[in-house]
Write a protein that binds this ligand. Structure first.
Ligand code: FAD
Length: 337
């Protein structure tokens, strides 16, 4: 097998846990590798943490490049860049993917600039395809797809010449693959060498804030928009969510207006969700919002404007004043809980 066609995913760990986006990316990397006739591989940097290797294999990595060193116990830009670059130069993957997390956004550009290759940030989709430029066709290259110009267009970006083709991907836009714990991966352990400059920064203390809101795994979400009108009126959204056993969310306009906290924002710059039921109340349906919820199994929209774009993607639409419609729904669902 030609290893330099492989599709690699950087596995990010925080607080001794693998970030979910890394697992999401393994699912996508497996698909891309199948299109390329190559393998899905993981780049796993840290100190020890061998117990994670089974999990990485279970989520689809066929090869795991494991770099373990006491200096890599906590994430620091320079030692991680040095370690990653040495292994990438040795094995020359075709594609290298990172979560668009604070760590991914810090590490990926360092690696890309060291390797003098391109990087597309914040992708929402990745595919393999051909690209012709000046009568030359590049076969099976990575289409790096992301919203651009404030979400008004979807851009496909390619990096035809340099390798690896690198991208960061937003969390939640790709599903986590079903783990199969019987899967085994080839494990390649690599030693790396550092130079003194790599340790210019020392981590004195790390603090992890536990997430208090988990929209991504909520089966039912009731989201309110600017049309709800006030923070006080958002109580209606909370009551409807409570009656259905769901989570409350909001559009960015509702967050900016202070109706609902930022960690509950759905959309391009918020969380991407795919619940069984998404009820959009007083939300117009701007592309930046729908980018984060269009894959919900069922969408119900409540809006007093029959022309609101949200109705184009809703499975069921209720045209009316939310102040009349939502209390009726609350009474109904409380009765039939
Ligand atoms: C780079 C960028 C990133 C962005 N990221 C996000 C993001 O992550 N998430 C996001 O949501 N937005 C995002 N936006 C903003 C987005 O473009 C919209 O401005 C926003 O989604 C609008 O929110 P809204 O639908 O709540 O408000 P509005 O567009 O003001 O819509 C309010 C809706 O409520 C309806 N309404 C009013 N009163 C009532 C009533 N009494 N009963 C029923 N309906 C009523 C109106 O008809 C209207 O359709 C982003 C924008 C940019 C440029």
């Amino acid at each position: 097998m030609n290893t330099n066609k492989d599709v690699w995913v950087f596995i990010e760990t925080n607080n001794n846990k693998i970030e979910e986006v890394s697992l999401e990316l393994l699912g996508k990397a497996k698909e891309l590798a199948a299109d390329l006739g190559s393998r899905c591989a993981a780049l796993f940097i840290g100190n020890g943490n061998d117990e994670k290797i089974n999990d990485i294999a279970a989520h689809g990595a066929e090869v795991i490049y494991a770099i373990s060193h006491p200096e890599l116990a906590k994430y620091r830009t320079l030692p991680y860049t040095t370690a990653a670059v040495q292994v990438i130069q040795k094995y020359q993957p075709e594609i290298l993917l990172f979560g668009a997390t604070p760590t991914g956004r810090d590490l990926a550009p360092r690696i890309a600039s060291t390797l003098k290759t391109g990087l597309t940030a914040d992708c929402t989709d990745l595919r393999i395809g051909d690209y012709t430029f000046h009568k030359k066709t590049y076969e099976k290259i990575l289409y790096q797809i992301r919203p651009a110009f404030g979400g008004n267009i979807i851009a496909t970006i390619v990096n035809p010449e340099n390798r690896p083709q690198m991208a960061t991907v937003r969390d939640g836009v790709m599903p986590v693959p079903e783990p199969d714990h019987s899967r085994k991966a080839e494990i390649i352990r690599e030693e790396v060498t550092f130079n003194d400059n790599d340790f210019a920064v020392e981590v004195l203390r790390q603090e992890f804030e536990e997430k208090t809101v988990d929209l991504k795994s909520a089966p039912i979400i009731v989201a309110g928009g600017y049309g709800v009108g006030s923070k006080e009126n958002f109580q209606l959204i909370q009551e409807l969510a409570d009656a259905l056993g769901g989570e409350v969310a909001g559009s960015r306009a509702a967050v900016d207006a202070g109706f609902v906290p930022k960690e509950r924002q759905v959309g391009q710059t918020g969380t991407t969700v795919r619940p069984k039921l998404y009820i959009a109340v007083g939300i117009s349906g701007a592309v930046q919002h729908t980018a984060g919820m269009k894959d919900a199994k069922k969408i119900i929209a409540i809006n007093n404007d029959p022309e609101a774009p949200i109705f184009k993607i809703a499975h069921y639409g209720i045209i009316g004043d939310l102040n009349e419609v939502v209390p009726k729904l609350i009474t109904h669902f409380r009765k039939h809980q």
